[in-house]
Design a protein around this ligand. Structure first.
Ligand code: HEM
Length: 396
């Protein structure tokens, strides 16, 4: 994808997009608010806040059955379900309701000490070096640890989880072989976990799903697999990306870093502003019937991207949309989506993000990017830094 054909050949898997997403959204918002892409089976790409909200709320016309757009076909046609994110009402309502207790504030609060401990432990491992990779040595470990805890799985399998998530979100949508191999490995691994929990129940999500009921019936194995896969896909790359992007901003904008150090009370609004400006998650929908949407002739079965990060930088919705304002007052961002699928893990994500940033600011002296031209961003529907080298002075 080059600058010239971004309106008709939008490609969220291109390196051009990974490096220039902010400029691409701005160009589209000004010149072509609903872009398209023949490469992804006539995919539509709205970029305005109001259009994205309208589509997200219209679940009759825009189904969630395939929330990730693959080049080769709709995810749902391969029998893959990750409810509730891949479900429409009324099934969505029942499955979401089922998961609610697992995200209750008391459960999130109970995980906070683990995040604080882990953040400090990770910082201990590089604080004497004067440098670290914030994506690899810090941000990625926090959500993996928490998701492992929620699933009742050993920490040692964290690398395996990260690999699956990378394969599913960054490689599989354009490579059917990676998709099939990773899914097989995933099913094999979780089949053993499910069998184990049936004999040795624990206080974890797998046991919870095994015993859960929808409409007076137990969940099928496929639904239990789907619930586990959802947690991996929704909870790891997303939070990793949000933590990484926030550190990237603070390391490249020392004035904001100093403001946060001098006035810790703005942490809450700063976190919301990072979530707005660097929202990592773009979701997808599938058009359910032929429809003319704002002059675009959408056909039944067309995929459609919902780039919530673009909505968050729409100047019609936010004053100084491209400016990071740490104490921004009105901030109705869509980082966690909008409508019935709004993120179930938002409180958990906010807690992980706040602890990760606060602990880093408290423990490290002023830090900056080691090489501003050598930051690597992920491709696909979850966008965040995957190489983020940071340097700081060592206090001896
Ligand atoms: C900064 C981190 C995160 C961001 C930016 C994020 C973003 C989102 C977005 C945009 C949606 C809406 C999907 C749609 O409209 O189709 C969503 C849904 C969801 N998220 Fe998150 N998420 C984050 C972290 C988490 C975590 C940590 C978990 C759980 C461990 C989680 C679990 C879910 C679930 C279960 C849904 C589906 C809700 C439904 O379909 O009703 N998320 N997330």
């Amino acid at each position: 994808m080059s600058d010239i054909n971004v309106k008709e050949s939008f490609d969220h898997f291109s390196q051009y997009y990974a490096q220039n997403a902010f400029e691409i959204w701005k160009k589209l918002q000004n010149e072509c608010p609903i872009a398209s892409s023949r490469k992804y089976r006539n995919m539509w790409v709205p970029t305005k806040y109001s259009d994205i909200e309208e589509i997200a709320r219209d679940t009759d016309t825009f189904s969630s059955r395939s929330p990730v757009v693959a080049e080769f076909g709709a995810m749902a046609d391969f029998g893959l379900q990750v409810p509730p994110i891949s479900a429409d009402p009324p099934y969505h309502t029942s499955f979401r309701r089922l998961l609610l207790p697992f995200f209750a504030p008391s459960r999130i609060e109970a995980l906070k000490d683990t995040v604080v401990y882990l953040a400090n432990d990770l910082i201990d491992s590089f604080i004497d070096n004067g440098e670290f990779d914030a994506a690899l040595d810090y941000a990625q470990h926090i959500p993996v640890k928490i998701i492992s805890e929620m699933l009742g799985i050993r920490d040692e399998d964290g690398d395996q989880f990260r690999m699956w998530v990378h394969n599913f979100l960054e490689l599989a949508p354009t490579d059917i072989t990676v998709a099939a191999t990773s899914l097989l490995q995933f099913f094999e691994y979780f089949q053993k976990q499910i069998e184990d929990r049936k004999i040795n129940p624990k206080d974890d999500l797998i046991t919870f799903l095994i015993n859960a009921q929808i409409d007076d019936r137990l969940l099928s194995d496929q639904e239990i697999f789907g619930g586990c896969l959802l947690l991996l896909l929704a909870g790891i790359d997303t939070t990793w990306s949000a933590i990484g992007a926030s550190i990237w901003h603070l390391a490249s904008n020392l004035e904001d870093q100093r403001s946060l150090r001098n006035d810790p009370d703005i942490l809450g609004s700063a976190i919301e502003e990072f979530l707005r400006a660097f929202a990592p998650v773009t979701m997808a929908r599938e058009v359910t019937k032929d429809v003319d949407f704002k002059g675009c002739p959408m056909k039944k079965g067309d995929p459609l991207l919902l780039p919530f990060p673009a909505a968050n930088r729409d100047p019609e919705a936010f004053e100084n949309a491209d400016k990071i304002i740490l104490n921004r007052e009105r901030n109705r961002h869509f980082a966690f989506g909008v409508g019935i699928h709004r993120c179930l893990g938002s409180n958990l994500a906010r807690m992980e993000l706040s602890v990760a940033i606060e602990t880093l600011i408290v423990r490290l002296p002023e830090f900056e990017l080691k090489n501003p031209n050598d930051v690597k961003w992920s491709v696909g529907q979850v966008r965040g830094p995957r190489k983020l080298e940071i340097k700081f002075k060592v206090n001896r």
